[in-house]
Design a protein around this ligand. Structure first.
Ligand code: KG4
Ligand code: ZN
Length: 343
C-alpha cells in the first residue's frame, strides 16, 4: 500500500511517499527558516501562506522521484496536530481534498507519533519495547513505547521544552532563529567549564524536567558579562557551551534513569534537539557501560518532515490502527493534543 504524507504543523512543509512493504520511497522538504529569521521566530500567518505555496510543487517532486502517478497512491496521511492551527489546516485540507477527489482514505497523524517512530526509518531499526526521549521545540517527554499506538508518559517538562531552552538562550546570546543549531555551532569554540549553570531537577528523583530557570541563569550571566551592553566573543562562546552542556546533562541523566526504572535496553531519541551532536555523543558514552543502546533518526529526519508522517501512517495501517474509510472526509485539526490520548 502506498501512502502519501503531508507535514505542515509549524515552519517546514514536508511531503513523502511510503510503501507499507518497501518503506520510504521519496520525500521532499521546504524549510521556512530564512523567511522567519528576520522576525526572530515563527510568524504563524506567514507560515500558513508559505505552506500553501509549497505543498503542490513538493507533492509533484515526491511523486516524480518515487516514480509514481497519483493513481498509484492508496491512502493519504497528514499531521492533524499538535501545531499552529492555520499551518495544520493547510496540510489537512490538501490531504483531505486529494483523498476525496480520488476516493481514498485519509489518515490524521499525531505529530509526536511521527517523531517517536522516525528512528525506525534508520538502520538498524529499534525493536519494541523502547524508551523514547522526545525533544522538540515544543515538547520534552520520556515515553515508554510498547508498540505502535502503545505510549505511556514517564515524565515531561514542567515548563519550557529543551528546544525552547536552546532557542531562548540563543536569543539572549544574540543568535538568530532557530537557536539550537546556532548555539551548538558557537559552543564548539567555547569552554563549558567557565560558567557553572544549574542542571534543573537533575536530582529530583523523577523523570520530569524544568528548563525555565536555565534561561534566567543565562540572562544573569549575560548581564554580568556585559555591563556596557557588549559581550565579548569568547564569553558568548563559553556561555553557549555551558548552556548546551547543562541541557544535555539533564537529558542524559533522565534518559538513563528512565531505562533503569523501566528495565528496558533501548533508548530512541527523536525531535529536533535529537540532531544535537553533543547529546548524541554524551548519550552514547552514558550508555556504554550498560547493556543499553541509543537509536537516532537519520540527521535529515530529526526536525519536522513528511517522511515521519507517512511512515507513522504506514505503521498504523500495518498495526490495524488506522480507519481506512474512503468516504469520510470531514476533518478537524488539534493545535493542542496530548499523545497519551491516542489509541
Ligand atoms: O522537532 P522540531 O523540528 O520542531 C518541533 O516539533 O518543535 O524541533 C525544533 C527544535 C528547535 O527548538 C531547534 O532549535 C531545535 O529543535 N534544534 C536543535 C538542533 N537542531 C534543531 N537543538 C539543539 N541542537 C541542534 N543541532
Ligand atoms: Zn516536530
Amino acid at each position: 500500500m502506498i501512502i502519501l504524507g503531508f507535514e505542515s504543523s509549524c515552519d517546514e512543509t514536508g511531503v513523502a511517499a511510503v510503501c507499507t512493504e518497501r518503506g520510504l520511497l521519496a520525500h521532499a522538504l521546504h524549510t521556512q527558516i530564512a523567511m522567519h529569521q528576520e522576525y526572530g521566530g515563527v510568524v504563524p500567518e506567514l507560515a500558513s501562506r508559505d505552506h500553501i505555496r509549497r505543498v503542490v510543487p513538493l507533492t509533484r517532486q515526491v511523486l516524480q522521484e518515487a516514480g509514481l502517478a497519483l493513481s498509484d497512491v492508496d491512502a493519504v496521511a497528514y499531521t492533524a496536530g499538535p501545531g499552529l492551527a492555520g499551518a495544520l489546516l493547510v496540510g489537512a485540507s490538501v490531504a483531505q481534498a486529494l483523498a476525496w477527489s480520488r476516493r481514498l482514505p485519509a489518515i490524521g497523524i499525531h505529530h509526536l507519533e511521527g517523531h517517536l517512530l522516525s528512528p525506525m526509518l534508520a538502520d538498524p531499526r529499534p525493536e519494541f519495547p523502547f524508551v523514547a526521549l522526545l525533544v522538540s521545540g515544543g515538547h520534552t517527554q520520556l515515553m515508554r513505547v510498547d508498540g505502535v499506538g502503545r505510549y505511556e508518559l514517564l515524565g515531561e517538562t514542567l515548563d519550557d521544552a529543551a528546544g525552547e531552552a536552546f532557542d531562548k538562550s540563543a536569543k539572549l546570546l544574540g543568535l538568530g532563529y532557530p537557536g539550537g543549531p546556532a548555539l551548538s555551532r558557537l559552543a564548539e569554540q567555547g569552554d563549558a567549564a567557565r560558567f557553572d549553570l544549574p542542571r534543573p531537577m537533575l536530582h529530583s528523583g523523577d523523570l520530569d524536567f524544568s528548563f525555565s530557570g536555565l534561561k534566567t541563569a543565562v540572562l544573569t550571566r549575560v548581564r554580568a558579562a556585559s555591563p556596557d551592553g557588549a559581550i565579548d566573543e569568547q564569553t558568548r562562546a563559553d556561555l553557549a557551551a555551558a548552556t548546551q552542556a547543562a541541557i544535555v546533562d539533564v537529558l542524559c541523566a533522565k534518559s538513563v534513569r528512565a531505562l533503569k526504572q523501566t528495565g528496558l535496553k533501548r533508548l530512541v531519541v527523536a525531535g529536533g534537539v535529537g540532531a544535537n551532536r553533543l547529546l548524541r555523543a554524551k548519550l552514547a558514552a552514558a550508555l556504554e557501560p550498560t547493556k543499553a543502546r541509543a537509536y537516532f533518526p537519520p540527521l535529515s529526519l530529526c526536525t519536522d518532515n513528511g517522511a515521519m508522517i507517512a511512515f507513522a501512517a504506514a505503521e498504523r495501517v500495518k498495526a490495524g490502527l488506522a480507519v481506512l474509510d474512503a468516504d469520510a472526509h470531514a476533518f478537524t485539526v488539534k493545535p493542542r493534543w496530548d499523545l497519551a490520548e491516542i489509541a
